[in-house]
Ligand binder design. Structure first.
Ligand code: NAD
Ligand code: UGA
Length: 457
C-alpha cells in the first residue's frame, strides 16, 4: 500500500503504544511504526497478550496491526524511513548527581536524539511526546542540528494528556490536542503537518497550537493542577475527620460551583501513578533553577501532603486496631495506582504495604490486574507478603481489609461472606470511599473511611 506519511514512535510504553494505535486506526493512509529497545515489550505488542492492560485497547490494536500499524525493535531502520518521529521514551526522576530526586533524567531522551542524528539521511519532524522540562526542545535542536550532513530537524512539542484506564476514550475524544512549535515559517509548516494528522478525527477547534515553551510548560502545569486539587481535598479530609464534616459531601457541594467543577475532588489515600509526583518535582526543580524558591515550595507541598495522607491513613488503621497490628493478617484490596490499569508505579498501595510491614503485620495483596507487578515491586519482601488473586481468600482470617484501589469489583463483593470469614472485630478501612458503609455496618463491620469521622458515616 502507498502511504502518504510515515510516522515513527520511539518508545512503546503506556503512551507510545496506545497513542500510535489510535493514530493508525484513525489515519489508514499513514504508516505508523512503533519501536522499542525492549524486545519482550515489542513481542507482546505483536502478540494476543498486549504488554499493558487498557480497556478497549486490544480491539483497536487488532483493527490496525499489520495494516498500517507495526511494532519493531529495528530502531535504526525505522528512523531512516520516517517523515515524522514522535519520541515517547521514559523521563523518570533523576536518582543521581545534580538535581537527584527532582530533576528529569533525560538520558533516554538524549540517546534517542543522538541515534536519530546518527542514522538519518533526510530532513525530519521530531515531536516530543514525552513529558519534559520546559526548554528541552532547545537542547534537542542543538544536538540534532549540529550535524554536518546538511539535514534539518524541526522540533515540535505535542504532550500527551491521556489518563491510564481511560486512554482509548481520551485519545478518541480528547478535550484538546496541544502542539507547540517555533513561530518561524518552518516551525509553522511542521506544526500544520502534525495538526493535519490529528484533524482526521479531532475537531479543529480542539487542536491548539502555541509556541514551544508554552506547550512544554503547559503539560507540567496541567499535571500539577490536577494533583493539587487532589491534595487540596485530601488536606480537607483530615479536618473533616476531626470535625464530623463528611469530605464527600463537602466535595460534592463545592463541585456544584461551576467555577470549581466536580472532577478530581475525590478524596483518597493519595494519588499515585508514574507522572504526578515526577512532574511536580520536575516543576519544583525548574522553579529552583530559575530562582523562584517560593513557587518551588508551594508545589513541593503538594507532593509532601500526598505522602503524609497515605502514612496518615495507616496510622489511623493502627489507632483503630488497638494500636497494634503486629502479627495480624491485613487484606490489601488493590495494588494498581488506580482502577482499570495494571500499572503500579508510585501506587499508594505500595506505601501502605511497606508501612504495614514496618508494623510487622502480615499483608495479603489482591488485585484484579496487578498481581505480577505487585510481586515485582515487593520482590525484596516476598517472604513477608502473600499474593492472592481471589479477594475472598485474601480476606479469610484477616483482622482487616484495606481498600487501596477504586476497582468497581470491590464494591460488588459479597461483604457478608467476607465478614463471616474474618477475625472479629472485623475492620474495613476504605481508602477510596467506594464501599456502602451503611450496609457494611449493618453486617457488623467496623468501617473507617477517608475524611469522615466514625460517628457521622
Ligand atoms: P514507559 O516506561 O511505559 O515507556 C517508555 C518506553 O521507552 C519503554 O518501553 C522503554 O524501553 C523505551 N525506551 C527508552 N529508551 C529508548 C530508546 N533509546 N529507544 C527505544 N525505546 C526506548 O513510559 P510511559 O508511561 O509510556 O511514559 C512515556 C512518557 O510519556 C513519559 O515522559 C511520561 O511522563 C509521559 N506521559 C505518560 C503518561 C502515562 O499515562 N503513563 C501520560 C502522559 C504522558
Ligand atoms: C494523569 C493525568 O490525569 C493525565 O491527564 C496525564 O496525561 C497523566 O497523568 C500523565 O501525564 O501521566 P493518570 O496518572 O494516568 O493520569 O491517572 P489519573 O486519573 O490522573 O489518576 C492519578 C491518581 O490520582 C490515581 O492514583 C487516582 O486514583 C488518583 N485520584 C484521581 C484521586 O485520588 N482522586 C481524584 O479525584 C482523581
Amino acid at each position: 500500500m502507498n502511504f502518504n506519511t510515515k510516522i515513527l514512535c520511539i518508545g512503546a510504553g503506556y503512551v507510545g503504544g496506545p497513542t500510535m494505535t489510535v493514530i493508525a486506526d484513525k489515519c489508514p493512509q499513514v504508516k505508523v511504526t512503533v519501536v522499542d529497545i525492549n524486545q519482550s515489550r515489542i513481542d507482546a505488542w505483536n502478540s494476543d497478550k498486549l504488554p499493558i492492560f487498557e480497556p478497549g485497547l486490544d480491539e483497536v490494536v487488532h483493527r490496525a496491526r499489520g495494516r498500517n500499524l507495526f511494532f519493531s525493535t529495528d530502531v535504526a531502520l525505522a528512523i531512516k524511513d520516517a517523515d515524522i518521529i514522535f519520541v515517547s521514551v521514559n523521563t523518570p526522576t533523576k536518582t543521581f548527581g545534580q538535581g537527584a530526586g527532582k530533576a528529569s533524567d533525560l538520558q533516554y531522551w538524549e540517546k534517542t536524539a543522538r541515534q536519530i542524528l546518527e542514522v538519518s539521511t533526510s530532513d525530519k519532524i521530531i515531536v516530543e511526546k514525552s513529558t519534559l522540562p520546559v526548554r528541552t526542545a532547545a537542547a534537542m535542536e542543538r544536538i540534532l542540528n549540529s550535524n554536518d550532513k546538511g539535514l534539518h530537524f524541526e522540533v515540535l512539542s505535542n504532550p500527551e494528556f491521556l489518563a491510564e484506564g481511560t486512554a482509548i476514550q481520551d485519545l478518541f475524544a480528547p478535550d484538546r490536542v496541544l502542539i507547540g512549535s517555533h513561530q518561524t515559517p518552518s516551525g509553522i509548516a511542521a506544526c500544520e503537518k502534525v495538526v493535519g494528522i490529528y484533524a482526521n478525527w479531532v475537531p479543529r477547534e480542539r487542536i491548539l497550537t502555541t509556541n514551544l515553551w508554552s506547550s512544554e510548560l503547559t503539560k507540567l502545569t496541567a499535571n500539577a493542577f490536577l494533583a493539587q486539587r487532589i491534595t487540596s481535598i485530601n488536606s480537607i479530609s483530615a479536618l473533616c475527620e476531626r470535625t464530623g464534616a463528611d469530605v464527600d459531601e463537602v466535595a460534592y457541594v463545592m463541585g456544584k460551583d461551576s467555577r470549581i467543577g466536580p472532577k478530581f475532588l475525590k478524596s483518597s489515600i493519595g494519588f499515585g501513578g508514574s507522572c504526578f509526583k515526577k512532574d511536580i518535582l520536575n516543576l519544583v526543580y525548574l522553579c529552583e533553577h530559575y530562582g523562584l524558591p517560593q513557587v518551588a515550595a508551594y508545589w513541593e507541598s503538594v507532593v509532601n501532603i500526598n505522602e503524609w495522607q497515605t502514612h496518615r491513613f495507616v496510622a489511623r488503621m493502627l489507632e483503630h486496631m488497638f494500636n497494634t497490628i503486629a502479627g495480624k493478617r491485613i487484606a490489601v484490596f488493590g495494588f494498581a495506582f488506580k482502577a482499570d490499569t495494571g500499572d503500579t508505579r508510585e501506587s499508594p498501595a505500595h506505601l501502605v504495604v511497606r508501612d504495614l510491614l514496618e508494623e510487622r503485620a502480615h499483608p495479603i495483596v489482591t488485585d484484579p490486574k496487578a498481581i505480577s507487578e505487585a510481586k515485582r515491586d515487593l520482590k525484596d519482601v516476598l517472604d513477608k507478603v502473600v499474593f492472592e488473586e481471589d479477594p475472598y481468600k485474601a480476606s479469610e482470617n484477616a483482622h482487616a481489609v484495606v481498600v487501596c484501589t477504586e476497582w468497581k469489583q470491590f464494591a460488588a463483593l459479597d461483604w457478608k461472606r467476607i465478614y463471616d470469614s474474618m477475625e472479629k472485630p472485623a475492620f474495613v478501612f476504605d481508602g477510596r470511599n467506594i464501599l456502602n458503609v451503611v450496609e457494611l455496618r449493618k453486617i457488623g463491620f467496623e468501617v473507617v473511611s477517608v475524611g469522615k469521622g466514625m460517628a457521622e458515616t
